[in-house]
Design a protein around this ligand. Structure first.
Ligand code: 13P
Length: 247
């Protein structure tokens, strides 16, 4: 499984960041999972050349722009030079600050151009009885593929993160049965936009109140290839437990 730790802005001390890195290395050394950590960008420089222990670095976001006169931007080119292998894009917490599909698509293009694998977050705010949320998900996926070169499309990872399930307790997370349905739907949509055979290779992750309590049931038959973990990822005991229960 691909286990991606999104530390968000929870970590504000280098000491804490280093301690969490040590935990991630320990989990990675067990060799069971691919471990990816997404620290706040200011800490990315601490963690270069970690790949030897199947630990990779992700940015939590990147700029839409290329290098140039863009004060404050963190470009894909800069990150690729720092051994950043993945980037989270279109997280709902960024979308809530005004990021729209076309911006996520532009960031995806930048990431691919610099050989950084995009982990694009998609997910509905609420569910309606008429299924409009399914059309919303389709639109989010379509915007990404329209902007991505055909040859790179299968490299894009999607993280299904229903917004209503983020930052809650495990009992308020999605049920395994609902997750399975959603992953089937997302893969079907991907299949229509690339090809059904290539769609089988596309990695889909789940994120939203994952913990040691629900990680096993959310992964065992839902069809996901990994998890995007938020608040549990900054708790060493939780992360070690999640890595043990997930197969
Ligand atoms: P929580 O695990 O805190 O719900 O966060 C999920 C998430 O947003 C990961 O990107």
């Amino acid at each position: 499984m691909l286990l991606v730790s999104n530390w968000k802005a929870y970590i504000e001390s280098p000491k804490e960041a280093k301690e969490l890195l040590a935990v991630a290395k320990k989990i990675a050394r067990a060799g069971v999972h691919t471990i990816v950590i997404a620290p706040p960008s200011a800490y990315l420089g601490f963690f270069t050349k970690e790949q030897e222990v199947s630990l990779s670095l992700a940015a939590q976001d990147i700029s839409e722009t290329q290098s140039g006169a863009h004060t404050g931007e963190i470009t894909a080119g800069l990150l690729s030079g720092m051994d950043v292998f993945y980037t989270i894009l279109g997280h709902s917490e960024r979308r809530a600050k005004g990021e729209i599909d076309s911006m996520v698509a532009a960031k995806t293009q930048q990431a691919l151009l610099h050989k950084i694998i995009p982990i694009v977050c998609i997910g509905e705010k609420v569910r309606d009885e008429n299924g409009a949320y399914l059309q919303g998900l389709r639109a989010q996926i379509s915007a990404i593929y329209e902007a991505a070169p055909q040859k790179d499309r299968s490299k894009i990872i999607f993280a299904y993160e229903p917004i209503w399930a983020i930052g809650k307790s495990s009992c308020e997370s999605i049920t395994p049965a609902d997750l399975r349905e959603m992953i089937l739907y997302i893969r079907k949509v991907i299949g229509e936009m690339i090809t059904p055979t290539v769609a089988l290779k596309v990695k889909i992750l789940y994120g939203g109140s994952v913990s040691k309590i629900n990680a096993k049931e959310l992964t065992e038959s839902s069809g996901v290839q990994g998890l995007l973990i938020g608040h549990a990822s900054i708790d060493p005991k939780e992360m070690i437990a999640i890595s043990k229960v997930v197969e």
